[in-house]
Design a protein around this ligand. Structure first.
Ligand code: NAD
Ligand code: DAU
Length: 332
């Protein structure tokens, strides 16, 4: 049995990972999470107390981080400011958490010689044209567009530098867009599902031609566990499940699945600097480490996600009004 520290474990993907680890391993997990607006302690409800403990705190708090690193075998680092639209409104927290927070963890990993896995995003590579046959690979040059993605790119580069300069035992993964339970209602899919539940028309930025490469959060978790167990130190692995869809198709599928007319949505102000298309080539992870995604059918994964939001209104309702009020100020 290993002892894992999971930063950001009360967020969307981090909490899915904690559930996955409890279900598929005998590891013990300590979650370190600041519980920002995006963190929700209830996402960890029902997990056994002898397997999961929770510490509320900031990854940029060096003393706390040092204390927690002393007692664990490995750290999986999910904590971040994660939403592009917020980063366009107020970039500062993105620098504090994504850059300084990651630096703080790297210094602790260096002091304690702790294995670290850094969670990152495909957005560090910028975007692709709709008709470009290319997909992102581990050797695609970094070209981030937004304050969010530039701070994630910066954090990746810090990890690479700490590996090379100080011998920190780290790996990095860059994943595409996740969907599934426990995702904050500010994000595209849960926003539109909860809009329909609330009889609000879904909101599509611009023409809706932007393409995202969707992967179920549980497949992201299994990939991270695979890298933690079998990944080569110092390496980067791209995680994706061949799930490219444009936003218009996703909104129409949500409406249809929820029994509404497919055209019952509004076009709203586009996102500034909106990346056009992301697409992941995950050949390295599949061939070198033998990983394969389990959720191959987006329609049924999305239907399960819709069911989850219908059944868990108490989880998302406290965030919904403030989220919509924020978007309303931006004409979105
Ligand atoms: P999220 O916003 O849902 O969760 C982030 C969590 O981090 C929250 O629980 C929050 O309270 C916590 N947190 C924020 N600042 C903190 C700090 N200073 N100290 C401690 N905890 C802090 O984000 P998410 O969508 O779950 O993303 C998790 C990670 O995965 C991020 O690193 C993100 O860049 C990456 N990622 C996300 C996606 C996606 O589709 N959502 C895809 C690829 C990679
Ligand atoms: O690619 C990985 C990234 O995916 C992660 O690094 C980010 O943390 C995560 O938030 C996500 O970024 P996106 O910006 O792609 O996700 P978001 O859910 O904000 O938007 C998805 C697409 O939907 C994007 O093209 C913008 C569009 N959109 C979004 C919202 C909230 C809409 O059309 N309408 C909306 O209301």
């Amino acid at each position: 049995m290993a002892k894992l520290l999971v930063t950001g474990g009360a967020g969307f993907i981090g909490s899915n990972f904690v559930h996955h680890v409890v279900a598929h391993t005998d590891h013990h997990v300590t979650v370190l999470d600041k519980l920002t607006y995006a963190g929700n302690r209830a996402s960890l409800d029902g997990l056994p107390e002898n397997r999961v403990s929770f510490v509320q705190g900031d990854i940029a708090d060096a003393a706390l981080v040092d204390e927690l690193f002393a007692g664990v075998d490995a750290v999986v680092h999910y904590a971040a400011e994660s939403h592009n639209d917020n980063s366009l409104n107020d970039p500062r927290p993105f620098l504090d958490t994504n850059i300084i927070g990651t630096y703080t963890l790297l210094e602790a990993a260096r002091r304690h010689d702790t294995r670290l896995h850094h969670i990152s995003t495909d957005e560090v590579y910028g975007d692709l044209e709709l008709d470009d046959p290319a997909r992102f690979t581990e050797s695609t040059p970094y070209n981030p567009s937004s304050p969010y993605s530039s701070t994630k790119a910066g954090s990746d580069l810090l990890v690479r530098a700490w590996v090379r300069s100080f011998g920190v035992r780290a790996t990095i993964s860059n994943c595409s867009n996740n969907y599934g339970p426990f995702q904050h209602v500010e994000k595209f899919i849960p926003r539109q599902i909860t809009n329909v539940i609330r009889s609000i028309r879904p909101k599509l930025y611009g023409a809706g031609e932007n393409v995202r490469d969707w992967i179920h959060a549980d497949d992201h978790s299994s990939a991270v566990l695979t890298i933690l167990e079998k990944g080569e130190l110092g390496q980067t692995y791209l995680i994706g499940a061949d799930g490219e869809r444009n936003n218009k198709d996703v909104v129409e599928l949500i409406l249809e699945t929820m029994g509404q007319p497919r055209d019952a949505y509004d076009h709203v102000t586009d996102r500034a600097g909106h990346d056009l298309r992301y697409a992941i080539d995950s050949t390295k992870l599949r061939t070198e480490l033998g990983w394969t995604p389990q959720f191959q059918d987006f329609e049924s994964g999305l239907a399960n996600t819709i069911d989850w939001y219908r059944a868990n209104e108490a989880w998302w309702a406290p965030s919904k009004d403030a989220t919509e009020a924020f978007y309303a100020t931006k004409g979105q």
